[in-house]
Design a protein around this ligand. Structure first.
Ligand code: ADP
Length: 391
């Protein structure tokens, strides 16, 4: 079965076409800076033959133009892999959030309405997917369209770890609860561990522009650092992470506008907010090395947050067999991994410094009580699997 995976950003679309269940990638496509008349980027690759189309400075005024260019290359270009777009039986979307639809769902009007209802919780992500789904559905009307929501992997977290201390009716009526995100990534990490063993207690650290920690017991998520929105848990590149809700009212009273508060939490917070240097950890580390105290503080806050969640989830899981680092920072920053692991000696974590420097698949010492791993995430493959599995 041919499964197309669609990853939508506010001005970008990325595609991967899979042959399932073999999990073979047949083609990839990307459209960036959608909306630009002369500066949009289009790329296509037939991953079997290696044939590429890399074109910058294109006129791609909207998603429909970008998607049609991709479908043209897929079926009629020199690197075509299909003779007819109807060969695509399913399209899986790395969608974020839909009220009352937290798992893997065939997309219908109720799912779309749920995404509209939750626009205030994920304004950028949900509006991008609403637009992308409508456009792809119009050009591929015969395919089944499947929303693999980022919340899906966390659906079975026990209620005592999901519910907030708010009036119970808020949970029942408005759905107020911890939802968790990065489901495609943590789910993929669980797939990798499941392929090796059945009984395990793992903590997956997805550390990228957004960062989250997930406790995984024998393949299932049992804890997440993310709350109901994406501005929760660890500090992120430029988003706030956990914050006392009373501060919002206080900030209003001292004269900040709602817009200023939202900007501070969603765009000017996190690593950028504390360091004042950058939302990219590489620059923050560089500044810290140069003696910038706020940059040092930002790194410390980030690392301390990770250690706190690992400690809490260690107790919830009743032990730890595997600690996994993934995503941009998790996969590439030996320094952050070392700073975290240095503080985990009391739970038996011992790092192999040389393996860590090389980003090796296993970076713990042979006598470490916990196997520490670096696993490059593959969110699209996670989406393709969940889309294919949907009966
Ligand atoms: P996103 O969440 O946007 O998909 P990624 O998972 O690709 O992001 O992670 C991007 C982030 O990874 C960058 O912003 C950068 O801070 C960080 N990063 C990548 N490589 C390194 C490195 N060697 N050292 C520190 N940080 C790194």
């Amino acid at each position: 079965m041919k499964v197309l995976v669609c990853n939508a950003g506010s001005t970008s679309l990325k595609f991967k076409l899979y042959e399932m269940p073999a999990c073979t990638v047949l083609a990839t496509g990307k459209v960036e800076r959608v909306g630009s008349c002369d500066d949009a980027i289009f790329g296509y690759c037939n991953t079997v033959t290696g044939y590429r189309v890399d074109a910058g400075k294109k006129n791609i005024p909207d998603y429909a133009v970008g998607i049609n260019k991709f479908l043209f290359e897929l079926t009629q270009g020199k690197g075509a892999v299909l003779t007819d777009i109807r060969e695509i039986e399913r399209v899986g979307y790395k969608s974020v959030l839909s009220k009352n639809h937290y798992g893997v769902h065939e997309i219908d009007e109720a799912v779309m309405q749920g995404m509209r209802d939750f626009l205030p919780l994920a304004p950028v992500h949900n509006s991008a997917y609403l637009k992308a789904i409508e456009t792809v559905q119009a050009v591929l009307p015969n395919a089944r369209h499947v929303g693999v929501f980022e919340t899906a992997f966390h659906r079975d977290i026990p209620l005592e770890r999901k519910i907030y201390g708010v009036p119970y009716e808020w949970y029942e009526t408005y759905g107020i609860q911890r939802l968790g995100y990065h489901g495609a990534s943590h789910g993929y990490i669980a797939d990798c561990l499941n392929a090796e063993k059945k009984d395990y207690k793992a903590i997956s650290c997805h550390l990228g522009g957004s960062a989250s920690i997930c406790g995984i017991l024998n393949g299932k998520s049992v804890d997440t650092s993310f709350g109901m929105s994406l501005e929760t848990g660890l500090i992120h590149a430029n988003r706030v992470g956990d914050m006392d809700p009373t501060m919002i009212n206080f900030l209003k009273q001292v004269g900040l506008s709602e817009e200023e508060i939202l900007q501070g939490c969603q765009k000017k917070g996190g690593l950028l907010g504390i360091s004042g240097v950058s939302n990219d950890l590489r620059y923050v580390l560089e500044a810290a090395d140069g003696g910038n105290e706020r940059a040092k503080l930002a790194v410390d806050v980030f690392v301390t947050g990770i250690v706190h969640y690992i400690g809490a989830f260690f107790l919830d899981l009743g032990g730890l067999t595997d600690l996994v680092f993934t995503a941009g920072i998790g996969e590439h920053s030996d320094r952050v991994r070392a700073m975290v692991c240095q503080r985990l000696g009391s739970i038996g974590v011992k790092l192999d410094a040389e393996a860590n420097q090389k980003n090796a698949p296993i970076i713990s010492a042979p006598d470490s009580a916990v196997t520490v791993r670096v696993i490059p995430t593959d969110e699209e493959l996670g989406i393709a699997r969940r889309t294919y599995e949907l009966v």
